[in-house]
Design a protein around this ligand. Sequence first.
Ligand code: GRF
Length: 189
Amino acid sequence: MKKLVLFASGSGSNFQAVIDAVKTQKLSAEITGLVASREGIGAIDRAVDHNISYTIIQEPDPQKESEKLNELLNQWDPDLIVLAGYLKKIPAFLINRYRNAIINIHPSLLPKFGGHGYYGLRVHQAVIEAGETQTGCTVHYVTEEYDQGAVIRQEIVPVFENDTPESLAKRVLKAEHKLLPEVIAELIN
Ligand code: GRF
């Protein structure tokens, strides 16, 4: 059985989509752990509810952060690392160690609306301001540069005239929940 480790900073609805896919056997994998970037986030509650080990990594010293992550990943031994709404930068050593085995989900059609500063509702706000008629989500490999690794798959979502960043985020998130488990299944099979 292939092993997955997820990283999250928020509500963890994408994490939940992966949990659900495992539970319903759409995804033949085991989630060995969750790395959370801070306390009190929804993703942790979801890990607890589903008996998934989690660790909060909130280490200001980059060297110590890397050591902690290294130790954790030795233990959890993932075949694939999935960033599901993780807002912190991934240390370079990890990217090297797991080259082409770390993926991220981003709520736009990259390369559009990606890179530094494009996260959360800011992405959808920018899409609306640019007058786009369609947006979507992207799963891509993680490299040293934010949102620049090779695209694996995208899902298109329409933008409606009366959309707010919130309504658009909701529609895109629904597409993310479908896309992410599908891509993981594709990669680990
Ligand atoms: C998603 O829109 C994801 O694309 C982005 O952060 C959001 C996380 O949402 N990277 P959730 O925590 O999975 O609900």
